[in-house]
Design a protein around this ligand. Structure first.
Ligand code: MRU
Length: 352
């Protein structure tokens, strides 16, 4: 069966490939209300920072199209509320609010003309999605040069097209591009608690024919010690202006392990993931998720039903542990405050 798009706008609705069901079933959510898009985001039917950006953009477009002057008050206030609601669903991935705000701004010149405003919002959302695609292709090409032919690469979480809604993804895009230049293989961390590595990264690598071995997160150090890991490549949910990286919980552990074993720790993300308003990783909000995700998975539960739980969805890797940050602009090295700032582009350039 052909795999449907990760997310698309079709016939006035947002269609989302339900990642909670992968790899067992291919199901598409048909969202005709903003609340449905928000629920899909909250429950990780769609996830990964750049894909969340696409969901945010289409979510605002949906909100604009569903506007009802009688019940929703002034159009501008309605759009502001939609942006705020969507941006708040998952606080760490900066792309979500970033895209929602950029798309919402397209309605500004149209004031209370809701029809023209909604058309402008949708047009900008579609432009942003096309731009996202192009940027991920460039990013992957830049990063591929960092991996030697035959490299054994350790990857955490999921960063393929499921997570970006574009191209071959960010970190997995780099791995895919490197594979085309000279076979690489991947150590796939299962990525507890929600198993994005085990369920989604394996599924994508299978489709591309890239060899991989699935391991539990706690095995990573063992394989580094054995000398069978050449580099760690991960994505990011938000990168602070100084190069501190928020990514899936467990990433910081991988970065420390990479440092201890003298391995490059490479972060791949589009410029939209770099938050120049956030000075350091200390300022990045970390999403705390429900206890049930740690006590079990799906219908299975392995801990007492009332076991006290902590469940931060992300952690922060200090810039000192990051060997390189790959974006569509190239490969940045420390000091990131300087090298990333040199690539900062105004929003107008993104939506031009
Ligand atoms: O909780 P998730 O699945 O949305 O977390 C995703 C990640 O941490 C990814 O590594 C990150 O968003 C980069 S995706 C290209």
């Amino acid at each position: 069966m052909a795999v449907p798009p990760v997310i698309e706008w079709r016939d006035g609705a947002v269609r989302i490939l339900d990642q909670r069901r992968l790899p067992d079933a291919i199901e598409v959510l048909h969202c005709t209300e903003v609340a449905q898009v928000m629920e899909a985001i909250r429950t990780l039917a769609i996830r990964g920072a750049p894909a969340l950006g696409v969901a945010g953009a289409y979510g605002v477009a949906l909100g604009a199209h569903r506007y009802n002057a009688e019940s929703d008050g002034p159009f501008a206030d309605h759009l502001d509320r939609v942006v705020e609601d969507i941006a708040g669903t998952r606080p760490t991935a900066v792309n979500l609010g970033w895209a929602a705000r950029i798309v919402r701004a397209a309605a500004e010149p149209h004031g209370e003309d809701a029809e023209a405003g909604a058309a402008a919002v949708l047009e900008r959302a579609q432009a942003l999605v096309a731009d996202n695609d192009r940027r991920h292709d460039q990013l992957a090409a830049h990063g591929a040069g960092l991996l030697a032919p035959g490299a054994q690469v350790l990857h955490h979480c999921n960063t393929g097209p499921l997570a970006t809604g574009a191209g071959f993804g960010s970190a997995l895009g780099v791995i895919q591009a490197a594979h085309r230049q000279g076979k690489v293989s991947v150590w796939v961390n299962e990525t507890r608690p929600l198993l994005q590595g085990a369920r989604l990264t394996t599924w994508e690598l299978d489709q591309w024919g890239i060899p991989y071995t699935l391991i539990t997160d706690s095995m990573a150090g063992h394989f580094m010690q054995r000398g069978v890991v050449d580099a760690v490549v991960v994505g990011a949910d938000r990168i602070a202006a100084n190069g501190d990286v928020a990514n899936k919980i467990g990433t910081y552990t991988m970065a420390q392990l990479a440092r201890a074993h003298g391995l490059p720790f490479i972060v791949a993300a589009p410029m939209s993931t770099i938050d120049f308003e956030t000075a350091t990783g200390d300022d990045i909000p970390i999403e705390e998720r429900g206890a049930g995700e740690v006590r079990g998975h799906g219908a299975a539960r392995w801990a007492p039903g009332d076991a006290p739980v902590a469940n931060p969805a992300f952690d922060v890797t200090p810039n000192a542990l990051v060997s390189a940050i790959v974006t569509e602009r190239g490969v940045a090295r420390a000091p990131y405050t300087t090298t990333l700032a040199a690539w900062h582009e105004p929003v107008e350039a993104v939506v031009a």
